[in-house]
Design a protein around this ligand. Structure first.
Ligand SMILES: N[C@@H](CCC(=O)N[C@@H](CS)C(=O)NCC(=O)O)C(=O)O
Length: 213
């Protein structure tokens, strides 16, 4: 049995949940709470000394870092459910590059925008800081124009979609809270088309953070 340590709303845990579902694996989802300090408890730090989610425990093997977890699931369970990476070596390598770009470049810009909005009380919002963070997010998303234009977003789900979707969802969620953010007007319409198409699929609906509804 696989134990999957999860935090609602975390894009890195969301991608692993999507992958577990996509591969139709049996797993137990263990929900952690930041407020209760679950991530910094001794027992959790023994699984991940960085005190971050996600962690996957598969029998006697425990692993953290979501991108590596996706690779592990694909290699350990090649014949379960659907594949998480394309078979062809060039497509697979390009997928890994995209995931690296998401983690190293896109996510840090998204995190800055989250910090300036979601994690700052409304009365302390600094509009200059927010628009600066938004500019960073938009510049990064622009680099993925080609991806959004060529990904039809329904029958070729891979780890790239599972890594990108939670971040895009978070950006739209910020805009729900700050209606004049201007994210949806500024991004490539192909991104919105892609997001709408994926949002309609059952795997994304099933895994949507419960506290978001
Ligand atoms: N590179 C890590 C990032 C994990 C990460 O940053 N997780 C965040 C949630 S999105 C976390 O656990 N934050 C809690 C903390 O830092 O205390 C991965 O891909 O798993």
């Amino acid at each position: 049995m696989i134990d999957f340590y999860y935090l609602s709303g975390s894009p890195f845990t969301w991608r692993v949940w999507l992958a577990l579902e996509h591969k139709a694996l049996k797993y137990k989802r263990i929900e952690l709470s930041l407020e209760k300090g679950d991530l910094k408890s001794d027992s959790y730090l023994a699984l991940n000394p960085r005190g971050k989610v996600p962690v996957l425990v598969d029998g006697d093997f425990s692993i953290y870092e979501s991108g590596v977890i996706l690779e592990y699931l694909e290699e350990k369970y090649p014949d379960f459910g659907a594949h998480l990476f394309p078979k062809d070596i060039q497509s697979r390598t390009l997928s890994r590059r995209l995931i690296n770009e998401i983690d190293c470049y896109l996510w840090p810009t998204g995190m800055r925008l989250l910090m300036a909005t979601f994690f700052t009380p409304k009365e302390k919002w600094d509009e200059a800081k927010i628009s600066n963070a938004l500019a960073g997010v938009l510049a990064e998303f622009k680099r993925f124009d080609d991806y959004f234009s060529h990904n039809i977003g329904n029958d070729a789900l891979t780890s790239v979609e599972f890594s990108m979707f939670p971040i895009v969802a978070l950006m739209f969620r910020i805009e729900e809270r700050k209606k004049d953010l201007g994210f949806s007007q500024a991004v490539n319409p192909e991104l919105t088309r892609w997001f709408t198409a994926l949002s309609g699929l059952s795997v994304f609906q099933l895994t949507r953070p419960q506290h978001w509804s």
